[in-house]
Design a protein around this ligand. Structure first.
Ligand code: FES
Length: 209
């Protein structure tokens, strides 16, 4: 069955096989397979959805209905760094719109003549579950809490100046964060290397570069 993804990389075929082996019902594997498809294609392309549909025996339209419902499955290419600004109520009440504007202005201002900024994409998102540390921002799904517009601008400048291979929540919190919702406990040392969540079981962070 994995011959339908013979054009995928060896590593991603192995990931897909391992995921499929974990599910008695192949269709139950749709979301982790869409994640691997994002690793393969950088985002969930139409071809990727057709591949996943063929792998699990459903229609491409059914795959699309899942891929389009969950906003973390990106349907177009994003930059190396995806900056997600929470604009839900707790963050909104303490200035999230100003944080978002600060980031958007800088990223818009940094676009080249073709209107592209290949390195940074910005989106506004719903509650990140860090309301106690509002306003909350993520870079490649690594969380920073207590972000001000000034700190957000500094964050964008830092990403551009240093192009970090790995973004780490703890490091960014220290550099650009403020009040946190709670003590996160042990540090998470792996971080993220691309604008995808760092899910170890599906191959994440450093091993997927
Ligand atoms: S409202 Fe922004 S983290 Fe909950």
């Amino acid at each position: 069955m994995t011959t339908v993804i013979a054009h995928w990389s060896h590593d991603n075929r192995k990931r897909a096989e391992s995921i499929l082996a974990s599910y008695p019902e192949r269709r139950s594997a749709i979301m982790p397979l869409l994640y691997v498809a994002s690793l393969e294609h950088d985002y969930v392309t139409s071809d990727a959805m057709r591949d996943v549909a063929a792998l699990i025996g459903i229609t491409p339209v059914q795959v699309q209905s899942v891929a389009s419902f969950y906003t973390m499955f990106k349907r177009s290419r994003v930059g190396d760094y995806l900056v997600s600004v929470c604009t839900s109520i707790s963050c909104y009440l303490v200035g999230a719109d100003d944080v978002l504007s600060a980031v958007e202005n800088l990223v818009e201002g940094g676009r080249d003549d073709a209107g592209e900024d290949a390195s940074i994409s910005v989106e506004h998102v719903e509650c990140l579950g860090a309301c106690g540390g509002a306003p909350a921002v993520q870079v490649n799904y690594e969380l920073i809490e207590g972000v001000t517009p000034e700190k957000a601008e500094a964050l964008i400048g830092w990403l551009r100046a240093t192009s970090p291979e790995v973004v780490l929540a703890d490091e960014m919190q220290q550099l650009f964060g403020g009040r946190r919702s709670f003590d996160w406990g042990p540090s998470e040392a792996e971080g993220a290397t691309r604008p995808l969540p760092a899910f170890g079981p599906y191959g994440s962070a450093r091993e997927c570069r």
